[in-house]
Design a protein. Structure first.
Length: 339
């Protein structure tokens, strides 16, 4: 047995010293000290040793086990130290290298323009109101003086979900809902996403944003509308900006107008940006039709009001001199990083 234990010890020493990885060292430990290891097999054969020789044999087995465990522990420490040194060399930081800058996100140009518009109108005492994007035909058309069969329904190329439910083509339904539920007087703007079945090009998209506003109170006149929009234009495009009102037609308002502002690029002298006219169309507006007030439960004999609406993308395109609306939605970092 002494010779057998000596051979086991020598073979264990050889394999331990030849181990270059901790995983291999663990395999050696299992091979010699595990449940089915060589030293364990010797212990199981102790029943065949004469009773008077068992104490001496047990002592030899324990000495061999202790010797193998010591070699395993020593080699384990050596391999762990070598592994740590290798990792430290691989993970070394060169403090002389320039630091990497974290890329921090920022607001989209649409959001920058929206926040600017909201700041201007909130400063005038307006409230920002939101409404559903999936809307009833009644709120999107009928309550806005656009009954069934009206040509305006065809002009807006609506996405219908059912006969009575659709994706809103404008944020005006928010104004109707506000008239039905809020106490008078009302001063509000309604920004939001709208949907129309348009082909995608430099100035059109099937999904875009509008900002519509409304004021209802006693003795509201067209002069109040003109003063409000003139102040808005000056705040948005500069203090020297002037506005021009051109007659137009909207079912929701009567009288109605489209509003131009002096070109902020050339100051109204005429340039490529305004196509030589000196003016840029910015929004539509008008006095709320008495029929619309009446349908929402407001007495048009006692109250009057005005409404206006502008495309958010149009404001962003004009303010930041962007030529193609598609740039706002293509997520091109080279474009967005400019803002």
């Amino acid at each position: 047995m002494r010779e057998k234990l000596q051979k086991i010890k020598e073979e264990a020493a050889r394999q331990i010293h030849a181990s270059e990885e901790l995983s291999r060292l663990n395999e050696v430990r299992v091979a010699f000290l595990g449940k089915k290891g060589e030293l364990t097999a010797v212990l199981k054969s102790m029943k065949d040793v004469l009773p008077e020789d068992r104490p001496a044999a047990g002592r030899l087995v324990n000495e061999t086990r202790a010797a193998i465990e010591d070699m395993l522990e020593e080699t384990k420490k050596r391999l762990e130290a070598a592994e740590l040194n290798f990792r430290l060399k691989q993970e070394v930081i060169d403090v002389t290298l320039p630091a990497k800058k974290n890329r921090i996100g920022h607001r989209h140009p649409n959001m920058i323009a929206l926040e600017e518009v909201e700041r201007i109108f909130v400063g005038m005492g307006y409230e920002v109101v939101e409404g559903p994007e999936v809307e009833y035909d009644y709120y999107n058309f009928e309550a806005l003086n656009i009954p069934a069969g009206h040509p305006a329904k065809d002009e807006q190329d609506t996405f219908y979900i059912t006969d009575k439910i659709l994706l809103r083509t404008q944020t005006s339904p928010v104004q109707v809902r506000t008239m039905e539920t809020r106490p008078l007087p009302i001063r509000m703007i309604a920004p939001g996403r709208v949907f129309r079945s348009d082909e995608v090009d430099a100035t059109h998209s099937p999904s875009f944003h509008q900002i519509e506003g409304m004021v209802i109170d006693k003795n509201i006149t067209f002069a109040d509308l003109k003063g409000t929009l003139a102040e808005f234009a000056k705040e948005l495009f500069g203090k020297d900006t002037k506005v021009k009102f051109r007659p137009h037609h909207f079912p929701f308002t009567e009288p109605s107008a489209e509003v131009d502002v002096t070109c902020f690029k050339c100051g109204g002298k005429g340039c490529r940006f305004c196509k030589g006219s000196g003016w840029i169309e910015i929004l539509g507006c008008g006095m709320i039709h008495p029929k619309v007030l009446k349908m929402s439960g407001i007495d048009p004999q006692e109250y009057s009001g005005f409404a206006f609406g502008a495309g958010l993308e149009r404001i962003a395109l004009l303010k930041y001199e962007i030529d193609d609306m598609r740039l706002l939605y293509e997520n091109d970092d080279r474009f967005l990083a400019q803002f």
